[in-house]
Ligand binder design. Sequence first.
Ligand SMILES: Cc1cc2nc3c(=O)[nH]c(=O)nc-3n(C[C@H](O)[C@H](O)[C@H](O)COP(=O)(O)OP(=O)(O)OC[C@H]3O[C@@H](n4cnc5c(N)ncnc54)[C@H](O)[C@@H]3O)c2cc1C
Length: 150
Amino acid sequence: MLIPSTLDTTLAPKGKHVASLFCQHFRYDLGPSRSWDKEREKAADAIIATVDSHAPGFAKSVIGRQIHSPLDLERRFGLIGGDIFHGKMSLDQLFSARPMIGAADYRMPLKGLYLCGSGAHPGGGVTGAPGHNAAQAILADRKPWSRRKP
Ligand SMILES: Cc1cc2nc3c(=O)[nH]c(=O)nc-3n(C[C@H](O)[C@H](O)[C@H](O)COP(=O)(O)OP(=O)(O)OC[C@H]3O[C@@H](n4cnc5c(N)ncnc54)[C@H](O)[C@@H]3O)c2cc1C
């Protein structure tokens, strides 16, 4: 949980705060009989109750809330499956299998097109590492002796 208004007082009126609760461990697929459109509020209630059990009074202090379920993240921000890393960081999608086997060297099938974001090795997170590696591949391809001209 982050409370950014403790540092930036312009985010909330005096005496009030905004808190962001980032709760990553929710499945996107809830099965055929449940949907995030129906479960969204319940999930938020459970999260707030958890905080309240550690910080009594928290739940009562909430006067408004905005919920982004995995489905909302997909609809609103185009994050497929609600995955914040542009593709799950699961064993079958890491290293030479990111984003898929045969396409893990940043070079896409279309000549001159490179994958430089979280979908590429080493994956999601605010590291800049996929972009750095893609830039190295681009520079290598621009060398006069490169067989892979961009
Ligand atoms: C809620 C949330 C919390 C997170 N928390 C953390 C964290 O605590 N720590 C951490 O390491 N990572 C965190 N992440 C993951 C991290 O933010 C991403 O893995 C990372 O930002 C991906 O970087 P990227 O450069 O690949 O893509 P992005 O940061 O998604 O950048 C892609 C950019 O391309 C732009 N774009 C898209 N389409 C077009 C287009 N057609 N033309 C021009 N521009 C376009 C987008 O507007 C965007 O600015 C979080 C993600 C989310 C959603």
